[in-house]
Design a protein around this ligand. Structure first.
Ligand code: ZN
Length: 143
């Protein structure tokens, strides 16, 4: 499995990550599944309900999920997963991330060390099918 993110959508994610630094940004990844690949054609920056409380927790506003669903119906896309940032921390799922995860979805984590899109230092994606096994990393391709 790999997740392919278009360059233009990755720019949107990086800008959201930088604008929200040092707090966690989160959003949806909308696209299509083709064979073994998940192709993200739309990044949907969302509101983090945890806002400025923590660095290791995020929860997307229900209204944002609803809007993502509407967009998917309109543009014939699926919600493939979610992205969130780890400001000043590595792109590894926290215990909170693992416990809050749902099966199927790709969880893309962006590590950054400053408030510019150039400060993004790592991007990784994980599938967390159940809360007992270790998260399974999937390859991230930006193109
Ligand atoms: Zn996290």
């Amino acid at each position: 499995m790999s997740i392919i993110i278009t360059k233009s959508e990755f720019e949107i994610i990086k800008k959201h990550a930088a604008d929200t630094f040092p707090y966690e940004a989160c959003g949806g990844l909308l696209g299509r599944i083709e064979g073994d690949s998940r192709i993200v054609v739309k990044a949907y920056p969302a509101e983090n309900r945890y806002g400025k409380i923590t660095w290791d927790s995020f929860e997307i506003e229900p209204n944002d999920i609803l809007n993502m669903d509407k967009l998917c119906v309109k543009e014939n896309l699926d919600i493939l997963g979610f992205y969130h940032t780890h400001p000043n921390h590595p792109a590894i799922p926290s215990n909170f991330d693992i416990n809050a995860s749902w099966p199927f979805y790709s969880y893309v984590i962006i590590s950054l060390k400053g408030n510019s899109p150039d400060n993004v230092i790592d991007i990784r994606s994980y599938l967390m099918a159940d809360r007992i096994s270790e998260p399974v990393e999937e390859k991230v391709i930006i193109k």
